[in-house]
Design a protein. Structure first.
Length: 240
């Protein structure tokens, strides 16, 4: 799920692949801190993050030298440094466009606030939903009509938006968001959106992710079947 446009060139020369792994390190380190862990070794952090120790050390080297040989990393300090690089030390207002089942779930996700994001606007084209109040983080937000999109973006200083609309209307919504000043978009609509080079966009297609998992499940099933065939009495009997 690569980031497109100019955002693919991450700031300060940090490779995009490293940027994609930093949130994972941040989540793991935050969980360790909540459990009272103060120091973690590179091996422990790598294992918990699902990467090799060499890759972890290389990734963190782009941030600076925060580890102590033979001791490990100070958990709280590394959490702060990663948050600083990711821009999570400030509060990012976010607007969600499309408050169907998925948009409703996203609005109610409690993990945004703890990671530096604050949902400030919910917009939908369905008249039946306008005025409905949803809990977003620790505040109640009323769903507003699409006619207020530009107003919400400008009044709340929104630069990041989430599109959770049907595919047919996603590009039009995207164009309006960009024109209103949004420069980063997370797209859940099952379609590819066209944006200017100055706008970063990430696409989350749940069906595609499931299809990838299905591919790997099929590979495992075929490998298991082949293994059973190779060890069966019939297979052994025909081996010269």
């Amino acid at each position: 799920m690569p980031l497109t446009s100019a955002h693919a060139r991450s700031g300060r020369g940090i490779p995009e692949a490293t940027v994609a792994r930093l949130p994972v390190y941040h989540r793991v380190l935050s969980a360790l801190g909540e459990r009272g862990v103060t120091v973690v070794s590179s091996d422990e952090l790598a294992t918990a993050s699902g990467v090799t120790s060499a890759k972890l050390r290389k990734d963190l080297s782009h941030l600076g030298s925060y580890g102590t040989r033979g001791v490990g990393y100070d958990v709280d300090y590394l959490v702060y440094q990663i948050a600083r690089v990711l821009g999570l030390t400030q509060d990012w207002p976010v607007v969600i466009v499309g408050v169907g089942n998925l948009g409703h779930a996203l609005a109610g996700y409690g993990g945004f606030a703890s990671r530096g994001f604050r949902v400030v606007g919910l917009l939908d084209a369905d008249p039946a939903r306008i005025g409905e109040e949803l809990l977003a983080g620790d505040q109640l937000l009323a769903v507003r009509g699409m006619g207020e999109l530009e107003t919400v973006v400008q009044e709340c200083g929104v630069s990041i938006a989430v599109i959770a609309t049907p595919a047919a209307s996603a590009q039009q919504v995207c164009d309006r968001l960009v024109a209103a000043g949004v420069t980063s978009i997370l797209n859940f609509a099952p379609t590819v959106l066209t944006v200017p080079d100055s706008v970063g966009i990430r696409r989350v297609d749940l069906a595609v992710e499931l299809q990838i998992l299905a591919f790997h499940e099929q590979r495992k099933a075929l490998a298991a079947q082949a293994g059973r065939s190779a060890t069966s009495p019939v297979a052994k009997a025909v081996v010269p």
